[in-house]
Every structure is written in structure tokens, then in C-alpha cells.
Design a protein around this ligand. Structure first.
Ligand code: GUN
Ligand code: ZN
Length: 448
């Protein structure tokens, strides 16, 4: 770096850094975790230009003004691969399991998004909340109203966020005020894809809510849209609740199981993301693995709705490996925080007699989630060439965390593992000191 002019677009960040170079479910943590206790990240026009230890890079970038985060850990921006934007205001709705919860709380709340001004207001709060929690990418369900997707993408582009979203398609088993038809859902979805997919950092997901709320004609339309636009995503729910599985398979009597419904309509592929997958059979796990589809593991939601315990070891087995990412599933999920979500994931694993290490949990919220969205060449790690979305964490954010994590910056992987685990169990939005989007500060905790 010689001239001042060429330095103007460069930014340097110095701190401890943690990310993944491989999948710790299949490769030893000593080989898959990348930890730099004193690292330097160089960003040029929002893209990671260089990354390494401070010692190695300092001479090369000595004339760059550097933002130093002392006693902080920087990780890649967190990725939430399944969240319902319009359900933000009904988080913590009491007393029901899935199907009754949808009827009683969800549908009346989603109805309000028929009003674009209202949708705009909630959407702003929603993105504020994501950033306060260090989430820089999300796979989002809007409502059946096309304008709800307009609100979502307008706000995402204003904030330069990498966001995938879609209009919910549902043409049966929902109140009239929330139903579309197979034909209108086709036209509305097509218009939204044409307008938004690939614009800035945005991408579209064809989003039939789940098999119960779509007629066979509508699922066929969803399949046609995927044929027409092969690089959009497919996003839906699968096998969450026992009563849901019974009803879905009754509604599609010719299908052999729940996944087969989506298979029949060409919805199970490498860009398909299925939320939950709690009640899956061995055969369904195998077919998801072969198809290269992803599952969104939504532990706080699964506990809150009493849906069940996702079998993460089975999904990540070497025999039938499936892409898995963590997700909040707000408003059935009880927190926007991916740290809290990781904490619940650990507890779900415990209840199944499984162990989810701190590194594995963080992988599912960063590189694992990026892989689930086929975005690992853009986000989820500090690889050179990736977009510079990252989060500055304070391991000692509260008095209790300061007491628990007496050393701010560990020197070994073992110490880091223990510290990260305590951050997951005790952490939440207070742990997030700052959130950066494409190298720009998008959120800073007051006092930082
Ligand atoms: N299945 C169909 N719709 C929904 C929803 O809104 N939330 C959850 N958790 N599951 C669903
Ligand atoms: Zn959901």
C-alpha cells in the first residue's frame, strides 16, 4: 500500500477473531476452527481484502488507520436461516401448540400486514432488532401480501443487508383474509422475483407456507416457479409437529410421507430450506441428504411450541449428511439472539443425550448457515473475497459474564471453547458490542 489515495477505501480492524475453515461436525475442531488472538482484518469497499495475525500483516498496512477492539472477539455476522418478520409483535403468545397457535395468534397478526404503512413500521423495528443481536443475514418469511415483501426488501436494501425473503403462498386452510389463489400467488411471486431477485444483496425464496395451507395446484405452481427461475430458493416448513404431519399426509393421500409431498412437486433440491424436520423418518433424512437440501434447526421455537427435539447428530451424521443452520423462527421462537438460540440448541441436544460443542453451535450460526444457503463464497467466514459482515462480541458484557470469563482473550483453543460456551449460555443482545455490514458500522451498543 503505497499512495494515500489507494488507502482511502481501505479499513483495518484489530481484535481477536474466530471463524471456521471447515465443518467441525466432520473435521476435528483443531483443524476446522480458525482463531487469531491478535488478528487484523483489512476491508476494501466492503469486501475482505486481507486477514491474518497482526504480527504478520502490520508492516504491510502500517499506514492505515486501524479500529482496535481491545478485549473483544470478532466473529462473522450471524445468519438466521428461518424467521417470520410479521410475527415479531406476537413473540411469547401463550399456551398453544402449532396448529392452534397459528389459528389463534399468527393469522390475526399477519393480517395486519395488509396495511403497507404498518408493515413498514414493523419492518424497521425488525431490522433494528436483527442488528442489535448481530444477525446480518436472514432467510425471512413475509406474509401472503406482496407488499409485505416490498417493505422487507426496501428496508434491507436501505441497510445494504444480504437478505433472502419471500411472499407466503397459501390458498387453503387459512382464513379468507389471508388466502391467495394458485394463480395470484404465481403472478405475485413472479413479479417480486423479477423486481428484487439479485438486486443488491437480495435474493428471493419461493415460500409456500407448508403443505397444509397449499392445494396441490399451488405446490405445482411453486415447482413451476423454481423451473422458471432456477437460482431462487425454496423455503417452507416440514415435519414440525405430530398433528401437522398427520394432517399433511391425509391431505396428500397419494404421497408416501411428508417430504414426498414436496418431492412430488419438484420442491426438494439444493436450494431448498426446510424448517424444523423434527419428526422425520430415516428415509426422509436420507432423501434430504441426497437432494442436498438444508434444515433450519429452530430450538427455542421447538421447545416453546412443544414440538419436539430435533436430532442434530442424525442430520449431521457422516452417513446421511444434511446441511443444517440455526434459526430463531420468531415469533414461535422466543429470542432474536442467535447466542440464546445456540444455548437452546445445546439443551435440546442434551435432552437427546447428545453433545453440541460451543464451536459446533457457532458453526451452525455462521459458516454452516452460509452453506445451508449456498452462500459460503460470500458470507459466514473471514475468507478473503467475502463480504465484510461481522460482529464484535464482549465476552465480559455483564457482571456475571465478567466474573465467569476472567480472561477476556484466551490464548488456547481449549480456553476459547470454554469462554465461547459461557458466552452462548449467558449471552444475548448485551453481548453484541457492534455489528458491521460490508465494513460499515450498522449498530453500536451505547458506550462502545
Ligand atoms: N408452520 C406453518 N406456519 C408456521 C409458522 O408460522 N410458524 C411455525 N413455527 N411453524 C409453522
Ligand atoms: Zn417458521
Amino acid at each position: 500500500m503505497s499512495t494515500l489515495a489507494s488507502n482511502l477505501s481501505l479499513k483495518a480492524f484489530r481484535a481477536a477473531f474466530l471463524d471456521f475453515t471447515d465443518d467441525p461436525f466432520y473435521v476435528a475442531e483443531s483443524e476446522s476452527v480458525r482463531y487469531l488472538a491478535d488478528g487484523l482484518l483489512i476491508v476494501e469497499n466492503g469486501i475482505i481484502r486481507d486477514f491474518g495475525t497482526y504480527d504478520k500483516l502490520k508492516a504491510q498496512y502500517s499506514d492505515l488507520p486501524t479500529t482496535t477492539y481491545r478485549d473483544r472477539l470478532i466473529i462473522p455476522g450471524l445468519i438466521d436461516i428461518h424467521i417470520h418478520l410479521p410475527q415479531m409483535e406476537m413473540i411469547g403468545a401463550y399456551g398453544e401448540q402449532l396448529l392452534e397457535w397459528l389459528e389463534k395468534y399468527t393469522f390475526p397478526t399477519e393480517r395486519k400486514f395488509g396495511d403497507k404503512d404498518y408493515a413498514d413500521k414493523v419492518t424497521k423495528l425488525f431490522f433494528d432488532e436483527l442488528l442489535r443481536n448481530g444477525t446480518t443475514t436472514a432467510l425471512i418469511l413475509a406474509t401472503v401480501h406482496p407488499d409485505s415483501v416490498e417493505s422487507c426488501f426496501e428496508e434491507a436494501i436501505r441497510r445494504n443487508l444480504r437478505i433472502i425473503a419471500g411472499k407466503v403462498m397459501m390458498d387453503r386452510n387459512a382464513p379468507d383474509f389471508l388466502r391467495d389463489t394458485a394463480q395470484t400467488s404465481y403472478q405475485d411471486t413472479k413479479n417480486l422475483i423479477e423486481k428484487w431477485h439479485g438486486k443488491g444483496r437480495l435474493a428471493y425464496a419461493v415460500t409456500p407456507r407448508f403443505a397444509i395451507t397449499s392445494t396441490p395446484e399451488q405446490l405445482a405452481i411453486a415447482g413451476e416457479l423454481l423451473q422458471e427461475y432456477p437460482d431462487v430458493y425454496l423455503h417452507t416448513h416440514l415435519s414440525e409437529n405430530v398433528k401437522e404431519v398427520e394432517l399433511a399426509t391425509q391431505l396428500y393421500p397419494a404421497c408416501t410421507d411428508y417430504l414426498n409431498i414436496y418431492e412430488q412437486y419438484g420442491l426438494v433440491g439444493q436450494r431448498s430450506i426446510f424448517a424444523h424436520g423434527i419428526q422425520l423418518t430415516d428415509s426422509e433424512f436420507e432423501r434430504l441428504s441426497r437432494a442436498g437440501s438444508a434444515i433450519a434447526f429452530c430450538p427455542t421455537s421447538n421447545l416453546f411450541l412443544g414440538s419436539g427435539l430435533f436430532n442434530v447428530d442424525k442430520a449431521k451424521s457422516a452417513e446421511t449428511p444434511i446441511k443444517v443452520g440455526l434459526a430463531t423462527d420468531v415469533g414461535a421462537g422466543t429470542s432474536f439472539s442467535m447466542l440464546q438460540t445456540a444455548s437452546s440448541a445445546y439443551q435440546v441436544a442434551q435432552l437427546r443425550g447428545q453433545r453440541l460443542s460451543a464451536f459446533k453451535a457457532l458453526f451452525l450460526a455462521t459458516l454452516g448457515a452460509a452453506k445451508s444457503l449456498s452462500l459460503e463464497d460470500k458470507i459466514g467466514s473471514f475468507n478473503i473475497g467475502n463480504e465484510a459482515d461481522f460482529v464484535v462480541l464482549d465476552p465480559r458484557a455483564t457482571p456475571l459474564m465478567a466474573f465467569r470469563n476472567s480472561i477476556a482473550i484466551p490464548s488456547t483453543l481449549e480456553e476459547l471453547s470454554e469462554q465461547l460456551f459461557a458466552m452462548i449460555i449467558l449471552g444475548d443482545d448485551r453481548t453484541v458490542s457492534a455489528t458491521y455490514v460490508m465494513g460499515d458500522l450498522a449498530y453500536g451498543r451505547s458506550g462502545e
